[in-house]
Design a protein around this ligand. Structure first.
Ligand SMILES: [Zn+2]
Length: 93
């Protein structure tokens, strides 16, 4: 078992996080029991845990950046809407 502690889910904040092994893929991954968010697959359980914890840090830093830059929220919202619009237009039928 990994020495590193699993961090709470970066999406829903749940601490019901579990290291799981997929026998079919022969790989480990971390899953949130509440919202089913998953970390990446890895042959190594420590890597699966580290990946999950890094994912949490990325989400934390983005959330804190947004919180400290309220003036940029509308800009980001518009950029995201434009990106979705562009993707939909470029989608082949
Ligand atoms: Zn979650």
């Amino acid at each position: 078992m990994s020495e590193e502690t699993l961090k709470p889910c970066p999406f829903c904040g749940s601490t019901a996080i579990r290291l799981t092994r997929s026998g079919w893929l022969d790989a480990y991954y971390v899953v949130c029991e509440k919202c089913r968010a998953r970390g990446g697959y890895s042959q190594d359980e420590n890597c699966a845990v580290e990946g999950w914890n890094r994912r949490g840090q990325q989400a934390d830093s983005f959330a804190s950046w947004i919180a400290s830059h309220p003036e940029d929220r509308e800009f980001l919202r518009a950029e995201i809407a434009l990106g979705i619009d562009k993707a939909l237009k470029e989608r082949r039928p």
